[in-house]
Design a protein around this ligand. Sequence first.
Ligand code: 5GP
Ligand code: SF4
Ligand code: MG
Length: 457
Amino acid sequence: CGVFGIWGHEKAAEITYYGLHSLQHRGQEGAGVVTTDGEQLKLHKGQGLVNDVFKRVDFSKLSGHAAIGHVRYATQGDRTIDNVQPLLFHSQTGSVALAHNGNIMNAYALRGELERGGSILQTSSDTEVLAHLLKRSEEPDTKAALSEALCRLVGAYAFVLLQEDKMYVALDPSGLRPLSIGRLGDAYVVASETCAFDIIGATYEREVLPGELITISDTGIESTRFAIQEQRSLCAMEYVYFSRPDSDLNNVNVHASRKKMGIELAKESPVEADIVTGVPDSSISAAIGFAEQSGIPYEIGLIKNRYIGRTFIQPSQELREQGVKMKLSPVRGIVEGKRVIMIDDSIVRGTTSKRIVRMLKKAGAKEVHVRIASPAITDPCYYGIDMSTKQELIAANYSLDEIGKLIGADSIAYLSAKGLEKAIVERNSLNQGICMACMTGEYPVRDIDQKEFSYTR
Ligand code: 5GP
Ligand code: SF4
Ligand code: MG
């Protein structure tokens, strides 16, 4: 998912709409905006792409000087409008709207506890528990109540909350998900990725820190901590695949890190060939790096149809496979008779690589050497990236040789975990550091529910 927020701008809703556009790649199943004019929260949300959801919206009806927004990336089973964010709750003491990126691992246990205590939950979303914890708190003000509530959550979360007169921003103690703060004139902006700042003309200010709770209101910005800051464990997959190349996450540019992944991969697993090609779009940067390091020319050996969405986000394997076929085509004139190094950013189920190797060979490639710009994915993610079960992960069930055979490659190699870390982390410090749990099995955050609760969002 992607989150966005702005405080102190007369066109808050419109700017949020533009921000969400630039975060569209983070979720295509739903989008929404909540504004405040100081007295009332107003919501507009719907299923589908940002453009569709806001097609007929009269922005003058979404007036207000502050807003939050969300693009949704859902998993099977919870694709209803109720789960589209921001979630908005009204009560006698006021309203609160929430936008969340991540996954609350202990949501199931907390829901049970809340329900036994009399709370009535309206959605099946893990995000809703925060609203109820907030409401039940006996702390005197929202900031204290929010600190208390956040301490009960286990998992990954970048939160943006809106009340009539305040906005709150919070990041989990390990900083698993990205979240940055910027300025647009006098206004404050917050977004999952800095590409959202560029599109609205805002300037980047700083990262939200792990365990930090920020309050923004007409009197300014205030920072507190609800948890002791832990070693940052920012999701490595954000760099590998998920984020936009023009974004800087935790001050590291995504394209630059991908290029370095390609460079490290070429150092670790070189192979003789005529051309290097990448699977568009997310693997182009790594392919450029591989070509640069190996001295083998980079070529456009595959073309992507721009009008088909991200295949991974399709709910069923059947739809996913059809998606890959329609989405990518080989460039026959380039690959025919050639020994091709095919770079992909990652292998999850193996759908993409298998199809592409087959496609390249059918187009006349003499050899196809698969090089993957991240380590083998062997474990599920509990922190908000949809790689639900171990059964689905090809590398959890087959050896490297078997995977090579299954996808029909003449050779195959993955980037090492060390190589990936080297490509992202510039200096080892408390504030830098990545999560690679799905590749190493070393989870920075654990929960007792982990085994049963094997779906993520
Ligand atoms: P597979 O086809 O092996 O199941 O998935 C890997 C391919 O899906 C890669 O080309 C990658 O770019 C793309 N992809 C789409 N969504 C995701 C995601 O959430 N995580 C990862 N690792 N890859 C994804
Ligand atoms: Fe990212 Fe993998 Fe960690 Fe999940 S487990 S947060 S996908 S690095
Ligand atoms: Mg891809």
